[in-house]
Design a protein around this ligand. Sequence first.
Ligand code: BTN
Length: 239
Amino acid sequence: MNISGFEIICLQEVGSTNDVANIYAQKAAGQKLVIAAKRQTAGRGRRGRSWQSLDGNLFFSILLEFALKDLGKLIMAASLSLLLTIKQYDKKADVVLKWPNDVLLNGAKVSGILLEKGEGEYMIAGIGVNIKQSPQGVDMLYPTTSLKAAGIETTPDEFLQKYLPEFSANLKLTSEELRRKWLNNAKGIGAEIAVRQNGKEQKGIFKGIDENADLLLKTEKGTEKILAGDVFYVGEENG
Ligand code: BTN
């Protein structure tokens, strides 16, 4: 099957769709591929965490040639497109973006994106969407939810079919267009946030993002660019 120029490969069970995508990167010869799996036994999250891959949820990786210097575009397009796909189901859904690439539905995390460099010029955008179930556990960094819990009934296949045209269209926008759209849907611009990275925490005011999707944090030292980390909204339980 091909959607919006992406050839889709559907598998039953894999370790991580990102790893399978990287195997294809060695022979993809410029092709744009999507590797989707019904089950993952070793799903990975950001910053070395694992990704609980529960039955009925969506797990896929997009493999495409992409210059590392344009990574910000991929971050913004991948997350914005998730938000817009959810809005296709319910245009009034309470859905916002949380830096760097989380989507919050009714205040809780409904999806995750793991960007990894693949072989050669390839980038891999691994995406998990909680369609039916939301991972639970004491070690969860943020509260989680699912589309089903928010009253949105869909299937992994249907969501993917709606997502890919959104993603393809958004990737054609300029960095500045993407940045504006991303900021229009972002949570907490002007609010106090804490950014945690490698055991360190930095507090400041969330001023937005730049064209590389780096976070702009205003502290007493001035406005700093943050390249990676986990954001918590100060004053909110579980951030
Ligand atoms: C996060 O920590 O929020 C990112 C989670 C990314 C999970 C997806 S599921 C499909 C792809 N394969 C993986 O192993 N991880 C990503």
